[in-house]
Ligand binder design. Structure first.
Ligand code: BT5
Length: 322
């Protein structure tokens, strides 16, 4: 019911709506209306209450809970269920547990803070409170386990488009899992899966974006290579606007991938905004290091490099330093 109260206030934003009208429209008592208004105020909604006039929504806070996001979300599956937490060890870890217990495809876990945010290969992901987007998407695609890496490219395309659209900043994609602003990392993607030999049980796509974070407060070693959306945009940016855009674009590209069995749409975006292609790269894989030139992305989202002998090679995953 709180959602319906909020929805009605949003429809009438900037105008008063009386407690009586709200209670008639929603079929609840005026005391119930008052209780929901009180809770919304506690969440940070600025609502003016004037006796005989009623309630007027003045300003919405930048919160990422189910009520706030779903009222503005027009996706079919992604975000159908949103689990919003104040603090958690890692949204990917939590999403895995939910997915294993029959969590539906499209469920999202999103947290204000992660105490043990994870990067690839056991690295840490710094996730301070209230300033970033730390979220994980649960997917249950019918694909081969070897195809899971493609979903990282879908997420990278969606994040780059979202940052560009919401802020106008020129977000670039560093293959395979980083989004870059002004040569620094603003977002990392961690795709994990549970699979049998030939089938995927679930895929978790974790997306971490520094939105309004104070980079000065970041650990010394990360400060040199990391940035925030705010630092590039020169102003505070709505996390909610970015999340909504990512979910919409992700769904569009993901459904296209599932239905057409082709990654082409995402690859086009990844190529267009790539900061890797055309540049020398150092590929660091577990067993070897290659210095080469990044020349292309395949239709499958793999990186094509020209090695020092002039031969072309396809790289499926790895660490790239430009
Ligand atoms: C990544 O790993 O970039 C994947 C990061 C995924 C984070 C999301 S947040 C929601 C979900 N839940 C999780 O627990 N994780 C996901 P990788 O390419 O391995 O890069 C990790 C490296 O990035 C670290 O070793 C640091 O050098 C750097 N780093 C750590 N925190 C950062 C931050 N907030 N911003 C920029 N760089 C950071």
């Amino acid at each position: 019911m709180k959602k319906e109260v909020l929805e009605t206030l949003k429809h009438n934003k900037g105008r008063f709506i009386s407690g009586e009208e709200l209670s008639n429209r929603l079929g609840v008592t005026r005391t119930a209306v008052w209780k929901h208004i009180h809770q919304l105020k506690e969440e940070g909604y600025r609502i003016e209450s004037v006796s005989k006039k009623g309630y007027k929504l003045l300003e919405e806070p930048d919160i990422l809970n189910e009520n706030a996001l779903q009222l503005d979300l027009d996706t079919k599956i992604i975000g159908k269920r949103i689990i919003h937490l104040n603090t958690i060890d890692s949204t990917n870890t939590m999403a895995k547990k939910i997915a294993a217990e029959d969590g539906e495809e499209g469920t999202i876990v999103i947290a204000e803070e992660q105490t043990e945010g994870r990067g690839r290969l056991g690295r840490k992901w710094v996730s301070p409170k209230g300033t970033g987007i730390w979220m994980s998407l649960i997917l249950k695609p019918s694909i081969e386990p070897t195809e899971a890496a493609k979903i990282t490219q879908i997420a990278a395309a969606a994040v780059a488009l979202a940052i560009r659209k919401v802020t106008g900043c020129e977000a670039g994609i560093k293959w395979p899992n980083d989004i870059i602003l002004e040569r620094k990392k603003v977002c990392g993607i961690l795709t994990e899966m549970s699979a049998e030999l030939n089938c995927v049980n679930y895929v978790i796509v974790g997306i971490g974006i520094n939105v309004n974070g104070d980079m000065e407060a970041f650990p010394e070693d990360i400060k040199k290579t990391a940035t925030s959306v705010k630092a590039s945009a020169g102003k505070t940016v709505s996390r909610k606007a970015i999340v909504l855009y990512i979910l919409r674009e992700f769904e569009r590209l993901y459904l296209d991938f599932i239905q057409s069995k082709s990654l082409q749409k995402s690859v086009e975006i990844c190529k267009k905004y790539s900061v890797t292609l055309g540049n020398p790269v150092k590929i660091i894989n577990r067993d070897r290091q290659i210095v080469a030139e990044a020349v292309d992305l395949t239709e499958e989202g793999e990186l094509v490099i020209r090695n020092q002998k002039g031969e072309l090679e396809k790289i499926i995953s790895g660490e790239v330093s430009v």
